[in-house]
Design a protein around this ligand. Sequence first.
Ligand code: BGC
Length: 547
Amino acid sequence: MSIKDPKQLAGSDEDWWRGAVIYQIYPRSFQDDNGDGVGDLAGITRRLPHVASLGVDAIWISPFFVSPMLDYGYDVSDYRDVDPLFGSLHDFEKLIETAHSLGVRVMIDLVLSHTSDQHPWFKQSLSSTDNDKSDWYVWADALPDGSPPNNWLSIFGGSAWQWHSRRCQYYLHNFLSAQPDLNLHQPDVQNELLDVARFWLERGVDGFRLDTINFYFHDQSLRSNPALPKELRNSSIAPSVNPYNYQQHIYDKNQPENLDFLKRLRAVMDEYPCVAAVGEVGDDQRGMEIMAQYTHGDDLMHMCYAFEFLSPTLPTAQRTVDVLTQFTEQASESWACWAFSNHDVVRHTTRWSLSDAAQRCYLQLLLAIKGSVCLYQGEELGLEEAELTYEQLQDPYGIAFWPDFKGRDGCRTPMPWTITAGNDDFSSTESWLPIPAEHRVIAVNQQEQDDTSLLAFYRRMIAIRKRLPVLANGELEHITANGTVLQFMRTNKNSRVLCIFNLSDTSTDMQLPSGKWLADQSSDLSSLDPSQKTTLAPWQVVIAEEQ
Ligand code: BGC
């Protein structure tokens, strides 16, 4: 029985996801309730009022399913239960009920491309070449010289093929060797995964973040990927020291068969009211094109999660114009979900060396471009990437590439809730990753008391997006970069909103476009007279409605 009561949620419309602000929760690091140093579902439930106070529409919770945790939950060994570390199905019910009563929708992170090697399906699959599940994973013979079947690489380093002595064959893994790739060319695998989605929809989830959605299918003839010319190795999905960037990934992912599976998955979602999915599309060369394919029409995915602003490259005015123009040209019918930070990349405050003023300016930009938005826990506090020693590392990706790439632990340290001598109220015991001293001084309870804090600013800016629906669902037009000044218009049939950003720490003069504009209070402008030159202060933003 579904515990979802759509009427409980304000504006229970099928299109809620268009322009939604989604807050990502990394469950290990949000709030520990049972005192073991690791966050859990009961902890998330306890802290939901904080999330709701931001004014976000939904949460995306990173995986909390049963897992040996080699990739911290992205290696699932039972899709239909909660890992005891995080609680129980009952705790999840409580979480979802509380979220809905606060008007917050719940999206969960389904990892359908691969399982853990501890999943019973894999254990059976590897046992022989002729059991019921022998083709549920991607098995292939060695080349005559014993080497792997082709040149495909794992994102986490080395060949994407792992030898297994029981079957005397290789199996495919795009990530850790403990994360074997499911063979979605096999219809029984597809059916089983659709049932997993149904299982959680029955429990009232409002949607899914679909992990590595473009990795679901591989080329069945196992053709090797061509090399990528050196000058094109400009990656936002893998660090520059990773040879994964040396290939054009045309055979190991992005296969056309995916579209039929995505249609089947969408049909399952459409059996339930007001459900939406955001698919993670990781591809440096064809990201926009794949996003356009996967979100075309209304029988595929609702949105795709874009990597363009997760890259180390600072979105200057020109870079932002380039990304948004590419999006408009290649994916105009699509719906993107943009983010600056998540559990896989260096926090953007550190990645782009942003001052407090710059963070505020970039937040307003993120909330003003066309698409939905994912915020990552702790960015509302302005958390910097934590510096960890090699001994403190947990992430196998960081351990593999240390010290040139330090992995993902630095963005996964626990939330600082309250300044205390110890664990900042995240946990009553030592936490699984340390909370840096610099995070303590900007803990939630410190910022709560200050109207000028970044936390208060996040709340005010999200409220503006709510007040001006054109920012969430209007068209994006007339985008230009003039030096450090980025300007565009958001329009729908009822209103036009002018958005201007001085992406610089120096002031600059500019001429407003003609028209009569009323600046939002946050714009902090004395004059909005198009006949006069206007001086924009460093990092100043103007959000102005046409009168
Ligand atoms: C997730 C990562 C994970 C990988 C493998 C992703 O893109 O965001 O955290 O390691 O998929 O599942």
